[in-house]
Design a protein around this ligand. Structure first.
Ligand code: S3P
Length: 184
C-alpha cells in the first residue's frame, strides 16, 4: 500500500481540518482536491458548477486524482464530498493509499454548514431534506470505498486523528508482513 491517507466523506465531516491535523502529526504534506481544482482552473467550485455544470466538475475531479495517484507519497489527501461516487474514482482512491471514511450525522452537518454559500449542492430551500437524502444515498458508497470508517460526531480533532493514525500504523505493519512473505 502506498503511504498516503485519503479522507472521504460528506461535506462538513471535517476532512480539511482533520487532514491538516494529520499532516502535522505525521509530517506529511496536505492536499485538498477542491483547493487543487480551484487553483488549476483559476476559479471557484461554485463558478465551475454554475458555468459548466456538475458533470464537467466531476470529470475534472477524476483527472485530478488520476494525476495525484501517480505523484503522491507521504501525503494526506482531503477529497470533495462527491468524489467517491464514481466507481472508477473509488478504485483510484484505493490505489492512492489508506482510505478513511469520516462519517457524520445530519445534525452535525447542518450545524457546521449553516449559512454556507460556497457549496452549490447545499443552496436553496429544503437543505435539511437534501442533506438527509444525500447521506442515505452516499453513506453506503463511502463505506464500500474506505478501508475504515471513523465516526466524527462528538469527538475532538485530536481523538479523530489518533484513531486514524492507530489504524494506519496497523495497516502499514500488516502490509510489511505481507510483503515479507510467509516465514517457514
Ligand atoms: C461536493 C462537496 C464539496 C465540493 C463540491 C461538491 C459534494 O467539497 O467538492 O461542492 O458533492 O459533496 P467538500 O466535501 O470539501 O465540501
Amino acid at each position: 500500500m502506498k503511504e498516503n491517507i485519503i479522507l472521504i466523506g460528506y461535506m462538513g465531516s471535517g476532512k480539511t481540518t482533520v487532514g491538516q491535523a494529520l499532516a502535522d502529526k505525521l509530517s506529511y504534506q496536505f492536499l485538498d482536491t477542491d483547493a487543487y481544482i480551484e487553483e488549476e482552473q483559476n476559479t471557484t467550485i461554485s463558478h465551475i458548477f454554475e458555468e459548466y455544470g456538475e458533470e464537467y466538475f466531476r470529470n475534472i475531479e477524476t483527472k485530478t486524482i488520476e494525476n495525484m495517484e501517480i505523484n503522491i507519497n507521504h501525503n494526506i489527501v482531503s477529497t470533495g464530498g462527491g468524489l467517491p461516487l464514481r466507481e472508477c474514482n473509488g478504485a483510484i482512491l484505493k490505489k492512492m493509499g489508506f482510505v478513511v471514511f469520516l462519517s457524520v450525522k445530519k445534525e452535525t452537518v447542518l450545524k457546521r454548514l449553516e449559512g454556507d454559500t460556497q457549496r452549490p449542492l447545499l443552496q436553496g430551500n429544503h437543505v435539511e431534506q437534501n442533506v438527509e437524502e444525500m447521506l442515505n444515498f452516499r453513506n453506503p458508497i463511502y463505506e464500500y470505498t474506505a478501508h475504515i470508517k471513523v465516526e466524527v460526531d462528538n469527538k475532538t480533532v485530536e481523538e479523530i486523528t489518533e484513531e486514524i493514525c492507530r489504524n494506519y500504523q496497523i495497516m502499514i505493519k500488516q502490509d510489511e508482513k505481507n510483503e515479507g512473505g510467509v516465514e517457514e
